[in-house]
Design a binder for this molecule. Structure first.
Ligand code: C2E
Ligand code: CA
Ligand code: CA
Length: 403
């Protein structure tokens, strides 16, 4: 059955019984529910649950039978929760959280069996392959986190810079700093291999701070080496977790102040997911805006189903996700979406930056549609500092020659 249902029960009604198959979990909207196990025909109470609490979730998670019985104590209103709703979230959780959950679940079951004095035999055998995969993933994740922590200590994280162009004049207007992990062997570890693990671990706070320090220092050097390009900016990716860190803003301000860089040269790229990060992250974003930092929404159009935030959030740029750009030549629908997003950005007075421009056809089309700025492999991939400076000075020399 699809979707959530509301169910109401009178006092003293049985909702689920130990040993039964689990088909729903329940969220209590109102009323109270008693959870108990039966030992030698006697009820042994475990817990009384109230508004906002969930029950019946254990057998949903690992597909086993109910390990306790639940009966209403008062009139009760319940919202049903489907297995898909739980499992989708668990699947997308950090593997270490999944392992922890598995351990807690096993322990709870053992506890219930201990009180009951016997194991519920009708439980289907657990899926050993799945357990192994979960344990392996958690171990891998812990291993990767150790490596990331060592990489931080060894200064193996550095920014590379991808130029961002004015699509009309083809001038470089700024750059996006992209995190690179240069391993001990000098090889770059692909960012996609570790960025999720990094963002899910507290290490992102330290790595993020180091990135900001390096990018701001590099920006000062860039400005002195590339004379004449006054409004040059560096765009830094900041995860929601960094924004929610109470030290984020004071650190950013102290780095910027020490370097003597105006706030409007620094752009903070956040994804739409920040809207789900909680009030602290949002107020910190607003504070950054008030201090003059530029704010860009990254991967625009891919993350968040509500556009409400566009009206309430203090933004400057929308970065049109690469997926739209790569599809827009072949797909009429992607083309329409791009046009609609351009219209939306214009109406809201936001600057649009197209990401992942790879072909001249894409460039021409975007320019004709009125997109102001863009970046992509057609122009350049992200380069280490020196390479980026060579590109900038080479471009400036070519412009002079042409003039
Ligand atoms: P993003 O912010 O969307 O960055 C753009 C990604 O697209 C980069 O991948 C870039 O190398 C790649 N790219 C640029 N132009 C093209 C193109 O024309 N074609 C194709 N196919 N790809 C292009 P990268 O560097 O691997 O970064 C992946 C993601 O990791 C970034 O996506 C961003 O979400 C995250 N990330 C990178 N640096 C940082 C950082 O310092 N902090 C945080 N929190 N996340 C970061
Ligand atoms: Ca970005
Ligand atoms: Ca992006």
């Amino acid at each position: 059955m699809l979707g959530n249902q509301i169910r109401t029960y009178g006092a003293n009604e049985m909702i689920l019984r130990e040993g039964d198959a689990g088909d729903w979990a329940y969220l209590i909207e109102s009323g109270r529910v008693l959870v108990f196990v039966t030992k030698d025909g006697e009820e042994v109470p475990l817990k009384i649950l109230g508004k906002g609490e969930i029950f019946g979730e254990m057998s949903m998670i690992d597909n086993s039978v109910r390990s306790a019985t639940c009966r209403t104590l008062t009139e009760v209103r319940l919202v049903t929760v489907t297995q898909d709703q739980l499992l989708d979230r668990i699947k997308s959780a950090d593997p270490i959280v999944r392992l922890l959950m598995r351990a807690l679940l096993d322990r709870l079951r053992e506890q219930n069996n201990g009180i009951r004095g016997k194991t519920l035999t009708s439980a289907p055998p657990p899926n050993p392959e799945k357990f192994d995969t979960e344990r392996r993933e958690a171990l891998e994740r812990i291993g990767l986190e150790n490596e990331l922590s060592q990489a931080l200590d060894n200064d193996e994280f550095i920014p590379h810079y991808q130029p961002i162009y004015d699509l009309r004049t083809q001038e470089i207007r700024g750059c996006e700093a992209l995190l690179r992990w240069v391993g001990k062997d000098g090889k770059i570890v692909p960012t996609g291999n570790f960025i999720d693990a990094l963002e899910q671990s507290p290490l992102i706070l330290n790595v993020g701070q180091r990135m900001i320090e390096m990018c701001v220092d590099d920006l000062v050097r860039m400005q002195s080496e590339i004379a004449g390009n006054h409004a040059f900016f560096v765009s830094v990716n900041v995860s929601g977790r960094q924004f929610a860190d109470p030290n984020f803003l004071s650190h950013l301000e102290s780095v910027r102040y020490r370097a003597g860089v105006p706030a409007d040269r620094i752009k903070l790229e956040v994804t739409e997911r920040i809207m789900t990060e909680g009030p602290l992250a949002i107020s910190s974003l607003q504070a950054c805006r008030a201090l003059g930092y530029k704010i860009a929404i990254d991967d625009f159009g891919t993350g968040f189903s509500s556009l409400q935030y566009l009206a309430s959030m203090p933004l400057h740029d929308l970065k049109l996700d690469r997926s739209f750009i790569s599809q827009m030549m072949a797909s009429e629908k992607a083309h329409s979406i791009v046009k609609t997003l351009i219209h939306l950005a214009n109406q809201l007075n936001l600057n649009l930056i197209a990401e992942g421009i790879e072909t001249r056809e894409q460039l021409f089309l975007l320019r004709n549609l009125g997109v102001q700025m863009g970046q992509g492999f057609l122009f350049s991939k992200a380069l280490p500092y020196d390479g980026f400076i060579s590109l900038m000075t080479g471009a400036a020399a070519a412009e002079k020659k042409a003039a």
